[in-house]
Write a protein that binds this ligand. Structure first.
Ligand code: FES
Length: 220
């Protein structure tokens, strides 16, 4: 049997450049914040046989500090794990749970995937953003609430579903979500439909996802 010609290698041109990946915020943390984050990072890294395996929780750790991923956060993770900033950024931009804009105390994710959409998810998102005067992905001026569409959260039997800091609020309507957001902005976060009886803030949730005490740690 003879080998055929090698497969054609596609050529790439510079005609459609990729959008640049950018992070904002300061380049560095204060000495005190670096020390606090490094102590938490050491606890996290020690759980893994390979330090680079700790990248996802470390990204949550710096997100818990800043409320989103900043340049300082990316550089901190790279430094802690002996990775390049480009390696960290490539992971950070792959997962939608990592945010690149300042995020409110409560991240309200409205599911607009197929089943939630037909059950009213699209109507919930549009009525909520209209009533708040913000666009999808934006934060209210008081910094309390960020609203964004999210993908399926595997709770389709309870559609339409809204997530607040990744806790479930099932069987929602435009009016029930407006009331939910009003309560969040007034500092009276209601209990989720299931799971924990109280809601953490976005930064506390990020620290929980990092695997460290949500109540401690320096915050920007
Ligand atoms: S489509 Fe919304 S939870 Fe599955």
């Amino acid at each position: 049997m003879t080998a055929g010609p090698p497969p054609e290698v596609p050529t790439f041109t510079a005609g459609t450049p990729n959008p640049p990946i950018t992070f904002d915020g300061p380049d560095t943390y204060s000495d005190a914040d670096t020390a606090s984050l490094a102590a938490d990072a050491a606890t996290i890294i020690a759980k893994y046989p390979e330090s680079r395996s700790a990248l996802l929780p470390l990204l949550h750790l710096v997100q818990g500090h800043d409320g989103y991923l900043t340049r300082a956060g990316i550089l901190f993770c790279a430094d802690q794990l002996n990775l390049t900033p480009a390696q960290v950024a490539s992971v950070a931009t792959f997962y939608t749970m990592y945010r690149r804009e300042p995020t409110g105390d409560y991240y309200v994710g409205v599911c607009t995937n197929a089943l939630c959409a037909v059950m009213g998810g699209d109507a919930i998102l549009s009525s909520l953003t209209d009533s708040l005067g913000i666009a999808d992905g934006e934060t209210t001026a008081d910094g309390r609430v960020t609203v964004e569409h999210v993908e399926c959260n595997a709770a389709c039997d309870l559609a339409p579903v809204v997530m607040v800091n990744w806790e479930f609020f099932d069987n929602q309507t435009p009016d029930s979500v407006k009331q939910l957001v009003a309560d969040l902005r007034e500092g009276n976060p209601p209990a989720p439909s299931r799971g924990p009886s109280t809601l953490c803030t976005f930064r506390q949730t990020a620290r929980l996802l990092a695997g460290v005490d949500p109540e401690s740690g320096a915050q920007a």
